[in-house]
Design a protein around this ligand. Structure first.
Ligand SMILES: [Mg+2]
Length: 301
């Protein structure tokens, strides 16, 4: 594992997020993003996926360990409506900002807890940090997700995406990654989809985007987006990032989050130099993302 892979992971996440954001949501969301999707300097803005990944990376760098209370405070302090947070997590984070404990706030909006993909979209950072302590990774991913996603499905998505990211640092074999990541998953919606993903990767069959969306989903639930993203990253691992990103757009649905998770796994495998440099130059806060990657790397190297 190298610094270039850590940078590739965080910048790949942010790029997949920023490039996917204009394609996400209905007509109203797309019109709003046309208005707020660029900075004053004209750079591409990223959304909540990247903000929360940065919150985790910066918390780990400062605390030197996964500190859920610190993380909850950072999530709440970073919240801005213009980053496209879902309405449930927005309410939850506003409660935390007003002083509520995240352990109660995470069930205040949905009594069973959220099973959305918000815990998984930021989990690549957990994958980087725990790659060399793989036995602790699943618990850490669950804890980092549980601050906003108390439902087991929301947490399982985080475990899958963190595992795939960590594994991609060490091998470029898609089958090895999907099998080892699947070993961490026990809940049926994940297990069944991962079995199909493994089969497709093994056969070398390449179903089109609508078929991928039909089998794995493209929604905002963790169970209908995390396998989709991991599968796309592995299938396109030896191809250009832009091809992978275009496929995410074609799969549709929650394009920024699926693009962020796929971009993170792809970037962890291929490193920062493999990302499209002209698009990277148009991305906002590239320096902050690189600094966060360097601090994370310094913490584990
Ligand atoms: Mg988003």
């Amino acid at each position: 594992m190298s610094l270039a892979q850590f940078e590739g992971c965080l910048l790949g996440l942010a790029l997949g997020d920023a490039l996917g954001a204009p394609h996400e949501g209905g007509i109203v969301e797309r019109l709003v993003w046309r208005l707020i999707g660029a900075t004053v300097q004209g750079q591409m803005r990223w959304t909540d996926d990247t903000q929360m990944a940065l919150d985790i990376a910066e918390s780990l760098a400062v605390q030197g360990a996964l500190d859920a209370d610190d993380l909850a405070r950072r999530f709440a302090a970073s919240y801005r409506w213009s980053r496209g947070y879902g309405p449930g997590v927005a309410r939850l984070l506003r409660r935390v900002a007003r002083g509520a404990d995240w352990r109660e706030a995470n069930r205040s909006v949905f009594p069973e807890g959220s099973f959305g993909n918000g815990g998984a979209m930021r989990a690549p950072v957990i994958g980087l940090y725990y790659a060399h302590r793989f036995a602790e990774l699943a618990d850490a991913a669950r804890l980092s997700a549980s601050i906003t996603h108390a439902h087991p499905l929301g947490q399982e998505g985080a475990v899958l995406v963190a595992s795939a990211t960590a594994l991609a640092l060490g091998t470029r074999n898609p089958l090895e990654i999907v099998r080892a990541a699947a070993a961490h998953c026990a809940l049926q919606p994940f297990v069944l989809r991962l079995r199909t993903a493994e089969q497709w990767l093994q056969e070398g069959s390449e179903p089109d985007a609508s078929s991928v969306a039909r089998h794995f989903g493209n929604g905002i639930a963790a169970s209908t987006s995390c396998v989709t993203a991991v599968y796309i990253a592995l299938r396109f691992m030896d191809r250009p990032f832009v091809d992978m990103q275009r496929f995410c757009v074609d799969v549709g649905g929650d394009v920024d989050t699926i693009g962020a998770m796929a971009g993170a796994v792809w970037g962890a495998a291929n490193g920062v130099a493999a990302l499209p440099q002209h698009q990277l130059a148009q991305l906002e806060q590239g320096g902050r993302l690189k600094a966060a990657a360097a601090a994370l790397y310094a913490g584990v190297a």
